[in-house]
Design a protein around this ligand. Structure first.
Ligand code: DP6
Length: 382
């Protein structure tokens, strides 16, 4: 390898991966090491301009061990999940040649070379906004590019899955299904794209951030406790989700918003019911009593209110009941932040009006964040 001559070169790749929001949730594993789920799940991948991870990966003969920095702080890569991804990628690496720099790395060299990873989330990490999904998907994608891994997205999704389950769905845009699979080695537990980002592009997703604090119970330990202690999860995984997956696929295919909204809200509510059915109970929607500073400067509206989730659920439910067909769907992941999906820009405009009415901005800073949302989300609202 030209690597030995002088140890001066560095080869880098940078990639950006958006996060995804599950509308039929993944909760519970049948294999903790391989990260194999107990049910299929479906998600929407967000626009990469907003909630995303940017990762640069570098390789150089001068690097003495694998290292990673997340949001400017060094984090350990020694964890089993990172190691599993690195091992899978290294074993599939191919020759890389950069004539300009005089670099030639053979397949065998990748076993000895070390990588450095620098990753940055443009949204709060571990606050229930699926940061691990974007982060691990981006890590796997950028390393695969660097190492010239010649696998398609579905194979890469099976590697990203071993970093964090929900990450496998972030390798595709649009609507994505994570098939739980049957094989013990996880080879068929992969993500597939159900429809691309253009298929239903009048949907508007609004994220109402009530807390950027890290959640107290991580998804990993929460779902482990649920699988060990909840009776409801068994019913959910066996009886409820398989039917909902078929119905959700149909709703997405036909752009049937009433069915999509009904299933999305019901699945979010059942996910949180299953969390409550866990011993000790997990309250992901309970952690909203402190005001936080706004942090988004994108088109996502940043609503800062204490005890937000109950008003938002009842506000959406009442509104939907009042109209001929549902206008908005809500879903909450493992945290108190609300993800609201409206069926077009007009409904999004009305939703923002309602949010402003029920939760008026209480300071100039709050107002700024509303105005940012207003400008970018509402500019074309009919
Ligand atoms: C509530 O993918 O973060 O967001 O596989 O243990 O890393 P691990 O868990 P993670 O769980 C996400 C759970 C969820 C629902 C979902 O995204 O489907």
């Amino acid at each position: 390898m030209a690597a030995e001559s002088g140890k001066k070169w560095v080869l880098t790749v940078t990639a950006q991966t958006p996060t995804n929001i599950a509308v039929i949730k993944y909760w519970g594993k049948r294999d903790e090491d391989l990260i194999l789920p107990i049910n299929d799940s479906i998600s929407v991948t967000l626009d990469p301009d907003h909630l995303c991870t940017t990762t640069s990966v570098a390789v150089s003969p001068a690097f003495t061990h694998d290292r990673m920095w997340l949001n400017g702080k060094e984090v350990s890569l020694s964890g089993g999940r990172y190691q599993n991804c690195l091992r899978e990628l290294r074993s599939r690496a191919s020759d890389v040649e950069d004539e300009e720099k005089g670099i030639k790395i053979t397949k065998k060299d990748w076993e000895k070379l070390h990588v450095h990873v620098v990753s940055y989330n443009n949204f709060p990490t571990a606050a229930g906004l699926a940061s691990s999904a974007a982060g691990l998907a981006c890590l796997v994608f950028s390393l695969a590019k660097l190492m010239n891994v010649k696998e398609d997205h579905s194979k890469l999704s099976a590697i990203a899955r071993q970093g964090s389950g929900s990450a496998c769905r972030s390798l595709y845009g649009g609507f994505v299904k994570w098939i739980m699979g049957k094989e013990e080695n996880g080879s068929d537990s992969i993500a597939v794209q159900l429809a691309d980002e253009k298929h239903w592009d009048d949907l508007v997703i609004i994220i109402a951030v009530v807390s950027s604090r890290q959640k107290e119970t991580s998804s990993t330990s929460g779902m482990r406790d649920t699988v060990e202690t909840s009776m409801l999860i068994k019913h959910r995984a066996k009886e409820v989700v398989p039917k909902r997956i078929i119905q959700m696929e149909e709703a997405i295919k036909n752009r049937d918003f009433p069915a999509f909204a009904r299933l999305t809200c019901a699945d979010s509510n059942q996910f949180h019911a299953v969390c409550l059915d866990t011993l000790p109970p997990i309250f992901y929607m309970n952690d909203t009593s402190h005001r936080q500073e706004p942090f988004f400067n994108s088109s996502f509206i940043n609503v800062i209110v204490p005890h937000f989730y109950l008003p938002i659920i009842s506000c959406v439910e009442k509104w939907n009941r009042h109209e001929e067909t549902p206008q908005v769907a809500y879903t909450f992941d493992a945290g108190p932040n609300a993800v609201l999906i409206s069926h077009n820009r007009k409904a999004a405009a009305l939703l923002l009006q309602r949010l402003l009415f029920y939760f008026p901005p209480q300071s100039d800073t709050d107002l700024n964040s509303y105005v940012i949302g207003d400008k970018t989300i509402l500019k074309d609202a009919g």
